[in-house]
Write a protein that binds this ligand. Structure first.
Ligand SMILES: [Zn+2]
Length: 151
């Protein structure tokens, strides 16, 4: 069914790519500028504290990270982290491969896994068919002759 759609509307089956697309994104806000780098891209460093500060924060060190945009050193603060989850359905033109039967491992959950996968694929296909129809209709009803028709 996927192959019936014209190439530009076709859906790729790629589990790895799909997982990357739906993965939640964690960003951290810089305290000194508007930069919000990905949490995985910042480099946390432990900063040893002078003895007086140690006493105040009840720790030997604090975690800091340097902002790439403004080069300021931020104190690592979990409250500055934003987690973005992609809304579903997300229409990436990428779907995961169907779940595999893994013997007794997923015998109980296979039906559920398959239904979940089927739903992802069907939603994506319906969406692409919808776009295809809309594009096709606007081509037909635009009234503007196509380049080949003018000749
Ligand atoms: Zn910054």
């Amino acid at each position: 069914m996927i192959a019936l759609l014209p190439e530009e509307y076709q859906i790729e089956i790629n589990t790895e790519k799909y997982n990357q697309l739906v993965a939640e994104k964690r960003t951290i806000k810089c305290d000194f500028c508007t930069a919000t780098p990905l949490l995985k891209d910042i480099y946390l460093q432990k900063l040893l504290l002078p003895s007086l500060t140690k006493f105040i924060v009840d720790n030997d060190f604090i975690n800091v990270w340097e902002c790439d945009s403004c080069t300021e050193t931020n104190t690592y603060n979990p409250q500055n982290i934003t987690i973005t989850k992609f809304a579903e359905p997300s229409y990436f033109k990428v779907v995961p491969s169907p779940p595999a039967k893994r013997g007794t491992k997923n015998r109980m959950t296979y039906d559920y896994e398959f239904k979940k996968w089927f739903n992802i694929v069907m939603t994506e296909i319906e969406y692409q068919i919808g776009i295809y129809r809309a594009d096709y209709q606007s081509q037909q009803s635009s009234g503007i002759p196509q380049a080949q028709e003018i000749e």
